[in-house]
Ligand binder design. Structure first.
Ligand code: NAP
Length: 335
C-alpha cells in the first residue's frame, strides 16, 4: 500500500512517502479499513518530534483520527462486516495504545484496528467530517460539556480557538447558549471564528490582551461585585497561563486539556486562592462522547470545521500548515 512513514523522531522533512509499504493483515478481533479520511492533530507534531516519557515503535505510520470502510475482517469479529462505514475510537483503553502513536495509524491507504474500537458511521456523515471528530472534537466535548458544565448565558473565553479543539469549543459553547469570546493570532482568524458564531474576539498579537478582556468584561474583586468571565478555556499553557487566570471572575472556571506552548508555566497561586478559582482538567474522550458528536453532526447541529482536504501524498505540506498555524479547524488527508 501507499503510506507516509517516519523511521525516527525528526522534522517534517523526515516524513517519508512509501509507495510500496506492507499491507496490514487483520489478526483475531481485528479489521482492516480502507482509509476514507485521516485528520491531523497537534499531537501528530508532538509524535513526530518526540515527547518526554513516550517512546514510539519505529517505523511508524502516524495519523490518529481515521474514518473509512471495512475491507477485511479477522477471526472472531462479530457485529462488523466488510463494506461497513466506520470511524475509529483511536484509544484502546485496555492496552493504553493510541493509534498513530503506539500502533500504525491512518496516514496510509489501509489501517488495522481492533473491531471493538469501531463506531458505526451513518451514510449522511462524510468520512472527512467523521475523521475530524474523535481526538479534537471528542476532547472538546468532554472538556466543555462533561467536565466544564457550561450553562447558558455564561461568558466563555477560548484561547487557541482557531485550532481543532478550539473550533469545536466555540461551537459547543454556542450550542450551550454561552457568550463566546475568542483569542487568535490574526484578524483573518478572528473573522473566521466570528462566522462560526463567536460573539467577540481579541487578536492577542496586538498589545495587552488581558487588559483588553478586562476592559470589556471587568475583573474579579474579592468579596465584591467584580467582573470577569465565567470560564476560560486554556490548552495553550506556557506564558498564557497566569494571564488567563486574570480574566476570570470570582469562582470562575479554567478548563484545560493540553499545553501546546509549554506544560510547566509560571504559576501565580495568589489569583487562585484570592478569587476562589477552579482549575478543571479534562483528558481525552469516551466512546459515548464520540457517539454524541456523530449524532450532533448527523442532525446538522454541529458541522466540523475542516480547513482543507489534501491528498495523502501532501502530508508534509499538511504538517507544515499545522506547524505554522495556518489552519482554522481541521486538516484532513485522503489517500
Ligand atoms: N488531553 C487530551 O486528550 C488532548 C486531546 C486533543 C488535544 N489536546 C491538546 O490540545 C492542544 C490543541 O490541540 P489541537 O489539535 O487543537 O491543535 P491545533 O489545531 O494546532 O490548534 C492549536 C491552536 O493554538 C494556538 N496556539 C497558541 N499558541 C500556540 C503555540 N505556541 N503553538 C501552536 N499553536 C498555538 C493556535 O492558534 P493561534 O495561531 O490563533 O494562536 C492554534 O490554532 C494541544 O496541546 C493538544 O496536545 C489534548
Amino acid at each position: 500500500m501507499r503510506a507516509q512513514v517516519i523511521h525516527a523522531h525528526g522534522a517534517i522533512e523526515d516524513i517519508t512517502w512509501e509507495p510500496n509499504w506492507r499491507d496490514p493483515v487483520p489478526g483475531a478481533g481485528e479489521v482492516v479499513l480502507k482509509v476514507g479520511a485521516c485528520a491531523l492533530n497537534y499531537h501528530d507534531l508532538f509524535s513526530l518530534r518526540g515527547m518526554p516519557g513516550i517512546s514510539l515503535p519505529f517505523p511508524l505510520i502516524m495519523g490518529i483520527d481515521v474514518a473509512g470502510e471495512v475491507v477485511r475482517v479477522g477471526a472472531g469479529v462479530t457485529g462488523v462486516k466488510v463494506g461497513d462505514r466506520v470511524v475509529v475510537d483511536p484509544f484502546d483503553r485496555e492496552t493504553g495504545v493510541l493509534l498513530g502513536e503506539r500502533a500504525d495509524g491512518g496516514l496510509a491507504e489501509y489501517v488495522k484496528v481492533a473491531a471493538k474500537q469501531l463506531l458505526p458511521l451513518p451514510d449522511d456523515v462524510s468520512y472527512e467530517a467523521a475523521a475530524a471528530l474523535p481526538v479534537a472534537y471528542g476532547t472538546a466535548y468532554r472538556m466543555m460539556v462533561t467536565r466544564g458544565r457550561l450553562v447558558a448565558g455564561e461568558k466563555v473565553f477560548i484561547l487557541g480557538a482557531s485550532g481543532g479543539v478550539g473550533t469545536c469549543c466555540v461551537q459547543l459553547a454556542k450550542l450551550a447558549g454561552c457568550h463566546v469570546i475568542v483569542a487568535a493570532s490574526s484578524k483573518e482568524k478572528l473573522e473566521r471564528l466570528r462566522a462560526l458564531g463567536a460573539d467577540d474576539g481579541v487578536d492577542y498579537t496586538q498589545g495587552d490582551w488581558v487588559r483588553e478582556v478586562q476592559s470589556r468584561y471587568g475583573k474579579a474583586r474579592f468579596g465584591g461585585a467584580g467582573g470577569g468571565v465565567d470560564v476560560v478555556v486554556n490548552f495553550t499553557g506556557g506564558d498564557t497561563w497566569v494571564p488567563s487566570l486574570k480574566c476570570l471572575k470570582n469562582d470562575g472556571r479554567l478548563l484545560t486539556c493540553g499545553a501546546t506552548a509549554g506544560y510547566d508555566p509560571k504559576e501565580d497561586i495568589r489569583y487562585i486562592w484570592t478569587f476562589e478559582l477552579n482549575i478543571i482538567g479534562s483528558n481525552a474522550w469516551t466512546r459515548d462522547d464520540v457517539a454524541s458528536l456523530i449524532e450532533l453532526v448527523r442532525q446538522r447541529k454541529l458541522v466540523p470545521v475542516v480547513d482543507r482536504v489534501l491528498p495523502l501524498e501532501q502530508a508534509r505540506e499538511a504538517f507544515r500548515l499545522l506547524d505554522e498555524r495556518k489552519v482554522v479547524g481541521k486538516l484532513v488527508l485522503k489517500p
